[in-house]
Design a protein around this ligand. Structure first.
Ligand code: ADP
Length: 359
């Protein structure tokens, strides 16, 4: 439905987008995630015709929206946009929402019915006569969402829609996004710097980094099989270790990580420089005298370098020649009786090691 083909955008000397290519299917929720300044807003603004690309093309239902202005504008009218800062006009909630329909010449009775419907949908029934500027941030964002939805858009674009909201308002908006997509079939493209929001809402995620999609895939693919070291770091893989493949056949490899052999599943050839990505949840810690190691697992002895509280967990970092971090519940950390300097055994399965090419 929306195709970005080698889209680039420069502001003066700065190339913000440098060849973005992706295909967003009708009816899907697609998240554009990436660090601040990666160009997420810029990409959404290009899709929304608020700005023009420097190179490449954006096709919506086959129309090159920037090169076919007349048809592009028609397509623009099927799209609703919600911005990070809810831009409400200083008038009633009703007038704020009605504006898109007035613009399209819809009659007052039909407007009234439609505005009531969308107010109900966003959980603000009865708010029509309130002054929009007196609402809370979360309510204002739901008014902005109602304004985008009142025209029954085929595509809903949302730029960091929950960035400035409290957790309860975030949950309300997220629930609405899922319901709108499920009940109305609206294609939704949203940007977020919050990878977990991407995971909660999206069917597919595009990770925007250094001006291109470093990876496009399902949340599961992006989180468990990041395409590069940078993506791995962004999606919260805490352990990324450099090494060189020293042996391997049938996808089972041994990687030399600074003199320590690590067994991993990897398609790479002997001699290739790789990064090992290991999620801290997949690393087990046992006391040094904890008996025989489970067969098949990578098992390394080490010394606890730090124990740091993290929410309801403890993050335990162990020096095994390289640093490895694991997360344990407080109870588990307490029952191990470990602290800085304790000797421990760290283990993880070869299947838990995701290997990417270095660079
Ligand atoms: P994100 O949404 O991922 O945080 P943005 O798309 O807002 O990123 O911005 C990407 C980069 O482009 C930033 O460095 C920003 O300063 C720059 N930028 C965005 N819009 C403009 C503009 N109109 N003029 C100049 N630079 C801009």
């Amino acid at each position: 439905m929306i195709e970005c083909i080698d889209v680039s955008k420069r502001f003066g000397d700065t190339a913000v987008l440098a060849g973005v290519t992706a295909r967003i299917e009708a009816g899907e929720i697609f998240a554009v995630i990436g660090p601040s300044g990666a160009g997420k807003s810029t990409l959404l603004r290009l899709i929304d015709l608020l700005d023009a690309p420097t190179g490449g093309a954006i096709r919506v239902n086959g129309t090159d929206i920037h090169r076919e202005p007349k048809r592009g504008l028609l397509i623009r009218r099927m799209m609703g946009m919600v911005f990070q800062k809810p831009a409400v006009f200083n008038t009633t909630v009703y007038e704020n929402i009605a504006v898109g329909l007035r613009f399209r010449g819809v009659g007052e009775a039909a407007i009234q019915k439609k505005v009531e419907d969308v107010l109900g949908m966003v959980g603000l029934a009865g708010y029509g006569e309130r002054r929009a500027r007196t609402l809370s941030g979360g309510e204002m964002q739901r008014v902005a969402l109602a304004r985008a939805m009142v025209i029954d858009p085929d595509v809903l674009l949302m730029d960091e829609p929950t960035a400035n909201l409290d957790p309860v308002s975030v949950a309300l908006i997220e629930d609405l996004v899922l319901r709108i997509n499920r009940d109305l079939g609206t294609t939704i493209v949203f940007s977020t710097h919050d990878m977990y929001q991407g995971q909660r809402l999206a069917h597919r995620i595009g990770v925007l980094m250094k001006g291109v999609f470093a990876q496009v895939g399902t949340p599961r693919e992006v989180f468990t099989l990041p395409a590069s070291r940078d993506v791995a770091r962004f999606v919260g893989v805490e352990n990324i270790i450099e090494g060189v493949v020293v042996a391997g056949e049938n996808g089972a490899s041994v990687v030399d990580a600074g003199g320590i052999p690590v067994r991993a599943r990897s398609p790479f050839e002997v001699g290739e420089a790789v990064s090992l990505c290991i999620r801290s949840e997949d690393i087990r810690i046992a006391p040094a005298d904890g008996g025989a190691a489970a067969p098949g697992r990578n098992t390394l002895s080490g010394t606890v370098a730090a124990v740091v509280p993290r929410g309801p967990f403890s993050r335990v970092t162990v020096d095994c020649g390289f640093m490895l971090s694991s997360v344990l519940s407080w109870k588990a950390a307490d029952s191990l009786g470990i602290g800085e300097g304790s000797r421990v055994v760290v283990s993880f399965a070869p299947e838990s090691v995701h290997v990417v090419r270095q660079g």
